[in-house]
Design a protein around this ligand. Sequence first.
Ligand SMILES: C[S@@+](CC[C@H](N)C(=O)[O-])C[C@H]1O[C@@H](n2cnc3c(N)ncnc32)[C@H](O)[C@@H]1O
Length: 280
Amino acid sequence: MLPPTDSLSLEDLALFNELFANKFGLHFPEHKREILEARLVPRLRANHLKRFIDYYLLLQYDLKRELDPLTQAITNNETYFFRETNQFEVLEGELLDDLMEGGVKGRLRALSAGCSSGEEPYSLNIFLRRALGAGESAPLRIDGIDLDSTRLEQAKQGIYRPSSLRSLSPEQIERYFIEHSPTAFELKEPHRLGVDIQRGNILEPETLGTPQRYDMVFCRNVLIYFSEPALKSAIDNFARVVRTGGLLFLGHSESIIGLTPLFQAERLGTSIAYRRRAHA
Ligand SMILES: C[S@@+](CC[C@H](N)C(=O)[O-])C[C@H]1O[C@@H](n2cnc3c(N)ncnc32)[C@H](O)[C@@H]1O
């Protein structure tokens, strides 16, 4: 049996926070020290290390090798289909027409940044295709990116456990999924159409795409875990890829009001979105 590891000190926490915030944006406040400790212990064990400082030094030396298991350990991937649908429901009628005409005419392009296992981009796909009324031929493309390669693999497979479907009625489950077993529901092919899932990092602009690429970006329940400097970098990176007049949607407990001149807060139905300004 391996000897027990030491506990994560405040000094260790500060070192990991500096590294995680720089690389991924993520910040663990002091009251989450034990959570981080519990998530890192299996990584120390897997690397036959006893001390957190040794794991930190290993990351400094060879982050690439630990990247996948580390991001799996430190990210919160909680998500489900049809989460906060009020933001999807406003995307119809005049607003949708304006979005279709304001960028590359007759075409819509969206990004789900921090898409986890795909529930968000696929839900958006279902809502937007219905609103566009063109079904499979809708001129729509949605990109989903995330740090966590295991979640991305699940997103690509499109097979979900019942917990991901908890907001859906039995009729919706039957309409959108094939039930392979009580624990495996496969999203039907037409609802995956036009969704592309790739590894990406909100802090690495080159993984977000070319300038002015998107009519809308959804980054919900992600920035809440970011350090303040990383949040500012994320806003700048989104401002680069959202076209002028395009929209940024955040989670309902997240806000960038007062943090940037690049986006203007706007009420859309019962939710707030941020519109990319022309000049700032
Ligand atoms: C709580 S989930 C939110 C999923 C979905 N957006 C939703 O609202 O249901 C947060 C996701 O953000 C991802 N994430 C965290 N930091 C990221 C970064 N720097 N770049 C890309 N994804 C990131 C995590 O891996 C995780 O899957």
